[in-house]
Design a protein around this ligand. Structure first.
Ligand SMILES: NC(=O)c1ccc[n+]([C@@H]2O[C@H](COP(=O)([O-])OP(=O)(O)OC[C@H]3O[C@@H](n4cnc5c(N)ncnc54)[C@H](O)[C@@H]3O)[C@@H](O)[C@H]2O)c1
Length: 454
């Protein structure tokens, strides 16, 4: 999946010796993104969107820092259960900021228009439903749900209270995925029959074994509230910091990483329902540190008209990206979160030499002669097969565009680029991967009962 290597080599191999084909490559800059394309004008105070943030951890700190730099956007308050991160929120904003342990305080404030909610996954549903009921639009992090049934509660709450919900996997706001979607819709690679995506990490941080702040204690963290709807247990700083490793709060590889693949695929392919079936193979091979989720997973999905194969390992650093495989070529997205570009290489799906396996000589020679007469192009009329690279602008940040799109939705009531229906379908696909793994059977989506069957 090397951006410029493997595809090109494969492409050359495919076309080398072809009847009259030659190849060429070109590079095209993508962009600008949604924010940079917007007309620059100073926002009037009455036009400012004021948000509150619930959870200023690893993701929340970044979302906060990015949001306050957007024109016409202001942070009006934060909720955080760990004192150290209450301090961090004030450091990021750089001016006095109301920070509370009770997120309900933010929902009660009439001067707050909307909420950014980068909490651990087991809190997503409750926060979105409470925001909707309080009349606040909400940007909730991915995956939208921790359990299948939560998605339908979120959909109902958003509809009932007419709220904008945007899910935080940023791919639908990326200039790279937008180009991939456009090219595939134009039929650039023909009929897509298979999509492959991969990602590999090989370090403690990548395996979610984050360093615990030395002052983490029941005094500095409101543990009871953090547990929320999860099973009660005594204070445990490991679970607070490394919640992705435990099924009570996260969904392991599918919820943390497959979700980016699935969001990208659903967006590019225009998917509007969960996959039909999923089958997962994997294991907990290396990180025997108390976690109860696997460290390596491969899931194969049936989307009816094509298959999807996702592979993530936390045990080896590998390339990261997508390959959309069609009968007219390959579209390869380089990277997963915030990809830097894509390459499209074309195939014509035709024979480039006579196809006469193991024919006796005279018969083959006669056929071959005729084949060449009919297929070889006249000199100077060789077909040029193009490979095209598209690059995102330098330092492009799709999360910045994703946040911008959310604040525009809040302001203008324009539909969310990744609404609760979209978020639900992608989250269900994650849950199917886990159900298959833990039951060691294919997981089937039953649309009628809105359940996964194994
Ligand atoms: N879109 C992306 O690329 C991306 C990247 C990383 C994380 N995420 C998502 O962001 C979310 C947060 O992940 P993280 O790594 O920042 O987790 P984290 O544990 O580092 O941060 C979460 C913070 O929320 C606080 N919190 C929990 N419940 C709360 C509540 N009820 N009220 C107030 N504060 C509360 C915690 O104390 C913690 O500081 C997850 O859903 C994760 O999947 C998305």
């Amino acid at each position: 999946m090397n951006p410029k290597g493997i595809s090109r080599r494969r492409f050359m191999k495919t076309t080398a010796g072809a009847a009259g084909a030659a190849w060429s490559a070109r590079s095209i800059a993508l962009g600008p993104g949604a924010l940079d394309a917007a007309p620059a004008k100073a926002a009037a105070p009455s036009d400012t969107v004021r948000f509150g943030i619930i959870g200023v951890g690893m993701r929340g700190a970044g979302l906060l820092a990015t949001s306050i730099r957007l024109p016409g956007v202001e942070c009006a308050g934060a909720a955080e259960l760990y004192d150290g991160r209450a301090t961090l929120a004030r450091e990021i904003v750089g001016q006095p900021l109301a920070v509370t342990r009770r997120y309900q305080d933010l929902l009660e404030r009439p001067d707050i228009d909307c909420i950014i909610a980068p909490s651990p996954d087991h809190w997503h549903k409750q926060l979105v439903v409470d925001c909707c009921r309080a009349g606040k639009d909400v940007y909730v992090e991915k995956p939208m749900t921790h359990r299948v049934e939560e998605g339908f509660e979120i959909i109902q709450a958003a509809r009932e209270h007419h709220r904008m919900v945007q899910v935080g996997s940023q791919e639908p706001s990326s200039v790279v995925y937008a180009k991939a979607k456009e090219l595939i819709a134009q039929g650039a690679i023909g009929k897509v029959c298979l999509i492959e995506a991969t990602m590999g990490r090989n370090d403690h941080c990548g395996a979610w074994w984050y360093t615990i702040p030395p002052d983490a204690s029941p005094q500095t963290i409101d543990w009871e509230t953090w547990l929320g709807s999860a099973p009660k247990r005594p204070f445990d700083a490991v679970r607070w910091a490394r919640w992705r490793c435990f099924q009570d709060y996260g969904e392991g590889i599918p919820g943390d990483l497959f979700i980016h693949h699935l969001t990208g695929i659903h967006y590019v392919m225009g998917v509007t329902a969960p996959p039909r079936r999923a089958f997962t193979q994997g294991g907990l091979y290396r990180w025997h540190d108390g976690r109860d989720v696997p460290d390596c997973m491969t899931t194969v999905y049936d989307y009816g008209d094509y298959s999807v194969s996702l592979r993530v390992t936390l045990n080896t650093e590998t390339e990261s990206g997508f390959r959309f495989l069609g009968d007219h070529g390959i579209l390869e997205v380089h990277g997963v979160e915030n990809p830097e570009g894509l390459t499209i290489t074309y195939q014509d799906g035709l024979d480039h030499s006579p196809c006469t396996p193991a024919w006796p000589n005279p018969m083959r020679q006669q056929y071959d002669r005729k084949w060449h007469e009919e297929h070889d192009p006249a000199p100077g009329t060789e077909k040029i097969m193009e490979s095209t690279n598209y690059y995102a602008p330098p330092d492009y940040d799709d999360t910045r565009d994703h946040l911008w799109n959310f604040f525009q939705s809040v302001k203008n009531r324009q539909p969310s680029v990744e609404d609760e229906e979209f978020g639900n379908n992608a989250a269900i696909a994650c849950h199917m991967a886990n159900e298959s793994y833990f039951h060691n059977r294919p997981a089937v989506w039953d649309a009628e009962s809105k359940r996964i069957r194994t």
